[in-house]
Write a protein that binds this ligand. Structure first.
Ligand SMILES: NC(=O)c1ccc[n+]([C@@H]2O[C@H](COP(=O)([O-])OP(=O)(O)OC[C@H]3O[C@@H](n4cnc5c(N)ncnc54)[C@H](O)[C@@H]3O)[C@@H](O)[C@H]2O)c1
Length: 264
């Protein structure tokens, strides 16, 4: 079992939502955190709250789509705390919409998802994760750090209507742990750095609170536990995956029992 006490977590999207909950869980258990986020003001507020509960915290204002920013994020962890033990690339966005929408009267396509709405989600949720993980993993190898890369997939990885962009990135997150684990095995690194993904259902964060609330009410009727998942419950799962060294290469669902219907 790995111990959180004294370990160093690098968390993107750390200014809010699930990323913040992971950072909070880490410092409450004696770990140190580097939180990165594109929202500078929220990031400072998050750092102040973590410091107030006794946490050792460093912040990096970063855009995960920028290669240099991701390098700076990883360097900060090594320079300030001497290690990286958990990589949690949780920065992410949604830009929902149907790929094509026919007009109700004419039956002809009147709206299409824009290339911008498609690629923005790919850039942040997929390329941004790749860059964060690549830069952090390189420092972990160079500095002989032991630990876990924990990606965030989603129940949307199984295919949700209105999320062709988001679901595609989250499906990618469920294959990446296998690719990374296999690559690390080839290079003799898989005992040192493991990689997994968590796949949450609907979690009570600003991302979900910003959704169409009527649609959310309908979705919640299909969630057996009858409520949103708490960000802290996802953070607890990440922490359990970190500590248990038998876990590698897999995707762990935390959905409250949600099963997406054929309508998505
Ligand atoms: N909330 C859910 O129900 C849910 C379910 C499954 C998966 N997820 C995933 O969990 C992750 C966190 O989601 P959340 O609900 O906490 O979202 P959130 O919107 O509450 O937080 C996301 C954070 O990412 C930051 N961010 C966005 N773009 C960025 C960029 N380019 N560079 C750096 N930071 C950036 C935002 O500023 C924000 O602080 C996302 O990857 C999301 O897809 C969320």
């Amino acid at each position: 079992m790995l111990e959180i006490k004294g370990s160093v977590a690098v968390v993107t999207g750390g200014a809010g939502g699930i990323g913040y909950a992971i950072a909070e869980h880490w410092v409450k258990n004696g770990g140190k955190v580097v939180i990165g986020d594109v929202q500078a003001e929220l990031l400072e507020k998050a750092a102040a709250s973590l410091t107030a509960i006794g946490g050792e915290v460093a912040t990096v204002v970063c855009n995960v789509t920028n290669e240099d920013d991701c390098g700076r994020l990883a360097d900060t962890a090594i320079e300030k705390f001497g290690a990286i033990n958990l990589v949690a690339p949780f920065a992410g966005i949604i830009k929902d919409g149907l790929m094509i929408s026919p007009d109700k009267t004419t039956g002809k396509v009147s709206r299409k998802m824009s290339v911008g709405d498609f690629t923005k989600v790919i850039d942040i949720n997929l390329t941004g994760v790749f860059l964060t993980v690549r830069e952090c993993a390189a420092r972990m190898v160079d500095n002989k750090c032991k630990g876990l890369i924990c990606l965030v997939s989603s129940t949307g990885s199984l295919g949700t209507a209105g999320q062709i962009n988001y679901s595609s990135t989250k499906a990618a997150m469920s294959v990446m742990p296998k690719v990374i684990t296999a690559e690390f095995l080839r290079r003799g690194l898989s005992g040192q750095i493991r990689c997994v993904a968590v796949a949450p259902g609907y979690v009570g964060t600003p991302m979900v609170k910003g959704m169409d609330q009527k649609a959310l009410e309908t979705i919640l009727k299909d969630v057996p536990i009858g409520r949103l998942i708490e960000p802290e419950e996802v953070a607890q799962l990440v922490s359990d995956l970190y500590r248990n060294e038998a876990l590698a290469g897999e995707v762990y669902f935390i959905s409250g029992g949600l099963r997406l219907s054929s309508r998505g």
